[in-house]
Design a binder for this molecule. Structure first.
Ligand SMILES: [Fe+2]
Length: 277
């Protein structure tokens, strides 16, 4: 059964999450409420300045093109302005949310080309690490990629197919696909240097360098079924990064995959250890 906003708000408060769910609509969206202080604007610029020094060198070009096209770096982005630009590029838009939201509304937003972005920013003392996704992670990490047509299609399809995985107990397995693509992925196009992709990497100063440049990073060719079988941990560097040959491979991989069969085949098996795949 779907969880109500009120019950979810209580759950988040008990977990110590900081979003204000009391002002949520039934689909978990909120207004951005653009009233950020000078200090918050400065925190945004510090985060962007510091991270773009790395992303310029290590991020896949489509991500950098997205940042440029959407104009995200000078001040905290206005959700409506960015939505207008994104709509023209790929038909996506941004909706504000107080933080994490349950799977059902998350999948529904994606299936309708709406990307939920947290409406608050981390504090100055949290520049290096924050447990919950905040606006910097969501905006700087996820949104630029939505300007890339094949990835934009993949994300819509992810939301679409995700709406029916819960009924067969496949949310964890399907979540791994998001984790190892939208959050932590590498891209190796023919004749091009290895590049990073995914919001977890884009918004992390140290892991971005590790994933692309370290000889200790474990890099594995992308295979959708293997990805869905591979476990992960959220608060350590990844012990495996899947390497995509192109966004098209990701889109067609999900398009042709029989997700329900994969889930039924493997959901009762223990997850693969990313260190040894
Ligand atoms: Fe994320």
């Amino acid at each position: 059964m779907e969880i109500s906003v009120k019950d979810y708000a209580r759950e988040c408060a008990e977990r110590g999450l900081r979003g204000d769910y009391s002002v949520c609509r039934a689909d978990f969206t909120v207004e951005q409420g653009y009233d950020y202080s000078d200090d918050q604007q400065e925190v945004w610029r510090i985060l962007c300045d510091r991270q773009t020094k790395l992303t310029r060198r290590l991020a896949h070009r489509s991500y950098l093109e997205g940042v440029e096209a959407l104009g995200l770096l000078d001040r905290i982005p206005d959700f409506h302005e960015v939505s207008n630009k994104l709509r023209r590029l790929t038909g996506w838009e941004i909706v504000g949310v107080p933080g994490l939201i349950p799977n059902a509304p998350f999948f529904e937003h994606l299936a309708n080309r709406r990307f939920p972005v947290t409406n608050w920013l981390r504090k100055r003392e949290e520049l290096d690490y924050i447990v919950e996704p905040d606006m910097f992670h969501d905006f700087f990490g996820h949104v630029p990629a939505l300007s890339q047509p094949a990835f934009a299609d993949f994300m819509q399809m992810y939301g679409d197919k995700g709406q029916s995985v819960g009924e067969i107990g496949g949310e964890d397995m399907f979540g791994r696909l998001y984790w190892y693509t939208a959050e932590f992925a590498l891209m190796q196009e023919p004749g091009q240097p290895l590049k990073a992709f995914g919001a977890g990497l884009m918004s992390s100063f140290s892991e971005l360098q590790f994933a692309v440049e370290s000889k200790d990073a474990h890099r594995v060719p992308f295979d959708l079924e293997t990805v869905m079988r591979t476990g992960y941990e959220i608060d350590k560097f990844q012990r495996a990064y899947f390497v995509l040959p192109s966004f098209e491979a990701l889109r067609s991989g999900l398009q042709t995959a029989d997700i329900r069969s994969i889930i039924k085949r493997w959901k009762d098996a223990p997850p693969l250890d990313p260190a040894t795949i």
